[in-house]
Write a protein that binds this ligand. Structure first.
Ligand code: FES
Length: 153
């Protein structure tokens, strides 16, 4: 099958790979780069478990073609902490007990970071609305929203 060479930055590191043109960013991260923090839930844009930032914007990595990312800057859950210091939203998820099974958590946190950057944090309702693409089967929504709210300050 047709393949292309693509150069991008992932969590600050420059990566160049040759991939099948149909490869999603999610498979690129998980299968080629071993970054398995981003989760494959539905693989169809419906659950948000694969949420990452591309050039600072939230994307469902399962719907994003890797070959479209020439020159892009991708941030995943693995790139969020500063050394041993967790990102404030990661810490807030722990403090607020905002997860149970944890499967959706990387996507929730990346989406929350995007939500804060975009300024959609004026009320719990607004946070919930702007994070409605992230599904939690354990039903931790109240605590997830609280963690985002606290971090947004
Ligand atoms: Fe991408 Fe569900 S795995 S939205």
């Amino acid at each position: 099958p047709p393949a292309s060479r693509v150069s991008l930055r992932v969590n600050g590191a420059r990566r160049t790979v040759t991939v099948d043109n149909r490869t999603s960013l999610l498979d690129l991260l998980r299968e080629h780069f071993g970054l398995t923090g981003s989760k494959k839930g539905c693989n169809a844009g419906a659950c948000g478990a694969c949420t990452v930032l591309v050039d600072g914007q939230r994307h469902n990595a399962c719907l994003t073609l890797a070959v479209r990312l020439e020159g892009a800057e991708v941030t995943t859950i693995e790139g969020l902490a500063d050394g041993d210091e967790l990102h404030p939203l990661q810490q807030a998820f722990i403090d607020e007990d905002a997860f149970q099974c944890g499967y959706c958590t990387p996507g929730q946190i990346m989406s929350g970071v995007g939500c804060i950057k975009e300024g959609h944090t004026d009320s719990p309702e607004e946070i919930r609305e702007w994070m409605s693409g992230n599904i939690c089967r354990c039903g931790c929504y109240v605590k997830i929203v609280r963690a985002v709210e606290q971090t947004a300050g």
